[in-house]
Design a protein around this ligand. Structure first.
Ligand code: GTP
Ligand code: MG
Length: 203
């Protein structure tokens, strides 16, 4: 699937701009700068598909990517890069808009098969992550917690944060009990997450 077409489809700043819900969708969510766009690029094996940035809060809309199949035709599934949350400097109005967009999307999107909630290996689960997890529990959208930037921490720290995040996952009704460990930099865990995404999309 990933060796076929991967194309940016559209960027939706509001629900009315969403594409027709015709194929399975897998969303990527997480705090600003956690590495969502980088992981999307790593999963699809495209270097610069989703824009990555050192400035947090870069991605403000729901960005849809067509994966698999032939260009111009219906793809096998879609990846959705969600706007990052928990950005301290974001104006309250922007935060409110984001929450509404995301909540409405999660509640109403019948083709949304799974969400990946990315957690920075250096930081673990933070209050804004808990808020996101509770939103997903409430919308009954199954999600996988995925540790990112594993290359940035020592193996012992990684073990510790992994155990803590798994313990947190077990407290949430819609969370997978297993927590994946990845690095978009080294490629660690990328094959596993690809397989998981394909499984979640039922491909
Ligand atoms: P927003 O769209 O602003 O919410 O950010 P994002 O979650 O999409 O993060 P992005 O992928 O743009 O990455 C943020 C920064 O972290 C960039 O400088 C990336 O190069 C870096 N980064 C992402 N993943 C990794 C990783 O696995 N390892 C390391 N060392 N750096 C990473
Ligand atoms: Mg991004």
């Amino acid at each position: 699937v990933f060796s076929g077409r991967v194309d940016f489809l559209l960027s939706a700043p509001a629900l009315k701009f969403l594409p027709d819900p015709v194929v399975p969708e897998i969303a990527l969510s997480g705090r600003s700068n956690v590495g969502k766009s980088s992981l999307l690029n790593a999963i699809t094996g495209r270097k610069a598909l989703a824009r990555t940035s050192v400035t947090p809060g870069r991605t403000q809309e729901l960005n849809f990517f067509d994966v698999g199949g032939v260009a111009g035709e219906i793809p096998d599934f879609r990846l959705v890069d969600m706007p990052g949350y928990g950005f301290a400097k974001a104006p309250p109005k922007v935060v409110e808009q984001w929450k509404k967009l995301v909540r409405d999307f999660l509640r109403g999107r019948v083709v949304l098969k799974r969400t990946l909630v990315l957690i920075d290996s250096r930081h673990g689960v933070k209050p804004p992550d808990l808020e996101m997890m509770e939103m997903l529990d409430g919308a009954a959208v199954g999600y996988r917690l995925v540790l990112t930037k594993a290359d940035k921490v020592k193996a012992s720290e990684l073990d510790e944060v992994h155990a803590k995040v798994m313990a947190e996952a077990r407290k949430h009704s819609a969370a997978y009990p297993e927590v994946m460990i990845t690095s978009s930099e080294t490629g660690m865990g990328i094959a596993e997450i690809r397989a998981a995404v394909l499984g979640d999309a039922e491909l």
